[in-house]
Design a protein around this ligand. Structure first.
Ligand code: HEC
Ligand code: HEC
Length: 261
């Protein structure tokens, strides 16, 4: 990919915070790249399923909640840990989700997603994040429907991928979305996402003078790998990404975060 295109991709990834819009653009890019005829642009936010200009065409056999749940699953980066089809295999500490729909009741699934799955004994291993203050009740309902349906393939519900040869900070900007950092730390790291049970009442920004003073590159990399002291639910703690993100991906995220204001 030439430098110009790369710039465009990075620019889109950096400047657009609205997940639904990003998914739409990206989906359009996927479609263009694969050369298929099907029109798959999405402009409706996850949660709405009515027909609208640019609606994705999906098989009528997939219920609307399941379709929305598949988009939520991508948007909240569940697949970065559990596999994009729920197939597992990312890290030994993270279970696949293929059987979870049978193993757990809807109520149990809601509790796991909202409150996490308990406090991890190993501070280095990935743990199930607490999503309660970040994901809406409606979105949790949709993801339960998707998991209960066995995580079927839904057209357009695909994560962003880093363009070949992207500069480190541009690649990091894409990863910031693919791995769902954006859902907790906000567009361009502005923070402010509510975390009512935490002392600061909000998930911290990754921008500003205080952040830059407190977090040189090596410290940013360290907290991405090993998360924060694991908060007690219902506090939303920083997930552990060691075992999930490669060293290269961590350094790309650091480059992106350091490029922020
Ligand atoms: C940072 C990695 C990570 C992310 C992101 C993540 N999970 Fe998890 N999840 C885990 C780990 C680790 C466990 C196992 C917890 C345990 O057994 O103590 C788990 C457990 C679960 C379980 C229970 C499955 C079982 O067999 O025990 C469900 C359901 C689940 N996650 C759903 C989700 C959904 C939905 C999302 C997105 C909103 C998500 N997870 C995002 C790491 C993650
Ligand atoms: C589920 C919400 C959530 C997600 C997803 C998440 N974080 Fe965090 N992150 C937090 C919370 C909460 C803290 C504060 C932890 C603390 O104070 O101990 C934090 C702290 C941080 C910090 C240190 C800043 C500070 O002031 O403590 C960095 C850097 C960071 N996160 C980067 C990332 C990156 C990069 C990603 C994506 C790979 C990411 N985070 C994904 C919730 C999240």
């Amino acid at each position: 990919m030439g430098n110009e295109n790369r710039g465009i991709v990075a620019g889109l990834a950096v400047s657009l915070g609205g997940g639904a819009v990003v998914i739409g653009l990206l989906t359009a890019m996927f479609a263009a790249a694969s050369g298929t005829e099907r029109t798959v642009t999405v402009t409706a936010p996850a949660g709405t399923t009515q027909a609208a200009p640019g609606t994705t065409s999906v098989p009528a056999s997939i219920p609307a909640d399941v379709v929305s749940g598949a988009y939520d699953y991508v948007h909240f980066a569940c697949g970065s840990c559990h596999g994009w089809k729920g197939e597992g295999g990312v890290d030994p500490a993270i279970p696949p989700l293929a059987g979870a729909g049978k193993e757990f009741t809807a109520e149990q699934l809601r509790s796991i997603i909202d409150k996490g799955a308990g406090i991890s004994a190993d501070p280095k291993a990935p743990f199930m994040p607490v999503w309660g203050s970040v994901v809406t009740d409606r979105q949790v309902t949709e993801m339960i429907a998707y998991i209960k349906a066995g995580l079927p393939v839904v057209p357009g519900a695909t994560p962003l991928t880093v363009p070949d040869g992207a500069a480190a900070d541009a690649a990091g900007a894409v990863l910031y979305q693919t791995y769902g950092c954006i859902n907790c730390h906000g567009s361009n790291g502005f923070g402010g996402v509510p975390d009512p049970a935490a002392p600061e009442k909000a998930i911290p920004p990754l921008t500003g003078i205080d952040f830059k003073k407190g977090f040189p590159a090596d410290k940013i990399a360290e907290i991405i790998r090993s998360g924060s002291v694991i908060g007690k639910q219902p506090i939303t703690a920083m997930p552990h990404w060691g075992g999930v993100l490669s060293d290269k991906q961590v350094s790309q995220l650091v480059a992106y975060i350091q490029s922020l204001k």
